[in-house]
Design a protein around this ligand. Structure first.
Ligand code: UT7
Length: 330
């Protein structure tokens, strides 16, 4: 049997920091409210003219170098994003050119679950023998769809990109993935205008419909109910239990959600990765950014088991169980 294993990782965060103190000057909020309700202290914001494909290419290039793979050996590029540079071409096609790759390239949009969806597709393609090396990037420029006059959303989101290179391996890497979606919950988190249902018009822009709207309370409840279930399902399908998880790497949406998920799974907070304080919610980028933070801190050891779990607009959700096989010096 051929498996897919992570052999390279990289990330990119834009330089500009947006702190809670900055937001206090923009909307009726406070550092105390944001920190206590979300755990976020600051987030990064893309520079003027810096698009999703730019950040994706930066993270992807680092991951390819980390993997020690020749760019010409990458067989497929998948970019998970819900904020592509433009409706077409895909952010993946634009990032492919920026990285000097020549392989097929496509976007996946499963909102904040995008990285887990992309990982499933990449692993399946490798396991089936149709590709040997796949670059998966999660990248989002949430600042382009956040309404910076809406305090209920603008304090939560940031920009960034994270990437992994997967390669065919005889040893198991991606052990199991379980995905889900329920489109009846679409109105809980959406950008109403700018697509085919409601093309942008001056009237829609005046009503600020080009920006994200969210029912935060409902998304919160959905996440803490669904994620423990899907994590257990993915573990079962991988013939593992919660006690086998060395690192829970949850989508970074809210520290209270992260803590509740860990508590409901019975996983000690020492085994949970949290980067939300410094990045906010970076959607598709949040899980690879969190893995990379763990990796660069030297805390990931070969043989350890990661449970990557995500949820977001759609509604979508997913969990991937991954055995870390990469040596630090590879
Ligand atoms: O990537 C996945 C997508 N998103 C998520 O996962 C988000 C999930 N939801 C959440 O993280 C939380 O629901 C929020 C952080 C969005 C909100 O936290 P909450 O504890 O659920 O607050 P709430 O919506 O129940 O609001 C409590 C109060 C309200 O005031 P009143 O009605 O009690 O007077 C809000 O108007 O807090 C107010 N509020 C704020 N106050 C200061 C809402 N946003 C802010 C703010 N600053 N930024």
């Amino acid at each position: 049997m051929t498996y897919a294993a992570i052999i390279g990782i990289g990330s990119y965060l834009p330089e500009r920091r947006l702190t809670n103190a900055d937001l206090e000057c923009m909307v009726d909020t406070s550092d105390e409210w944001i920190l206590s309700r979300t755990g976020i202290a600051e987030r990064r914001i893309a520079a003027e003219g810096e698009a999703t494909s730019d950040m994706a290419a930066r993270a992807g290039t680092v991951a390819i170098q980390d993997a020690g793979v020749e760019p010409g050996k990458v067989d497929l590029l998948i970019v998970a994003t819900s904020t592509p540079d433009m409706l077409m071409p895909s952010a993946a096609a634009l990032a492919q050119a920026k990285m000097g790759l020549t392989c097929p390239a496509m976007d996946i949009n499963a909102a904040c679950t995008g990285f887990i969806y992309a990982l499933q597709l990449a692993a399946s393609t490798i396991e089936s023998g149709r590709a040997r090396t796949v670059l998966v990037i999660g990248a989002d420029t949430l600042s382009s769809i956040v309404d910076f006059t809406d305090r209920t959303t603008c304090v939560l989101f940031g920009d960034g990109a994270g990437a992994v290179v997967l390669r065919a391996s005889k040893d198991p890497g991606v052990l199991g993935v379980h995905l889900g979606a329920d489109g009846t919950g679409a109105d809980m988190l959406m950008v109403p205008a700018g697509g085919s249902a409601a093309p942008l018009t001056p009237e829609r822009m005046a009503a600020r419909e080009q920006f994200m709207v969210m029912n935060g309370n409902e998304v919160f409840k959905f996440a803490v109910r669904r994620i423990p279930q899907v994590t257990k399902q993915a573990l079962r399908e991988s013939h593992l239990g919660v006690e086998d998880v060395d690192w829970l790497v949850p989508h970074q949406a809210n520290q209270r959600i992260i803590d509740t998920i860990a508590d409901r799974l019975g996983i000690s907070h020492d085994h949970v990765v949290s980067t939300i304080r410094d990045t906010g919610n970076t959607s598709s980028a949040s899980i690879p950014l969190a893995i990379d933070a763990l990796y660069t801190a030297g805390r990931l050891r070969p043989g350890q088991t990661l449970a990557l779990v995500g949820f977001g607009a759609g509604l979508t959700w997913g969990a991937a169980i991954v055995r870390w096989t990469k040596e630090e010096d590879v």
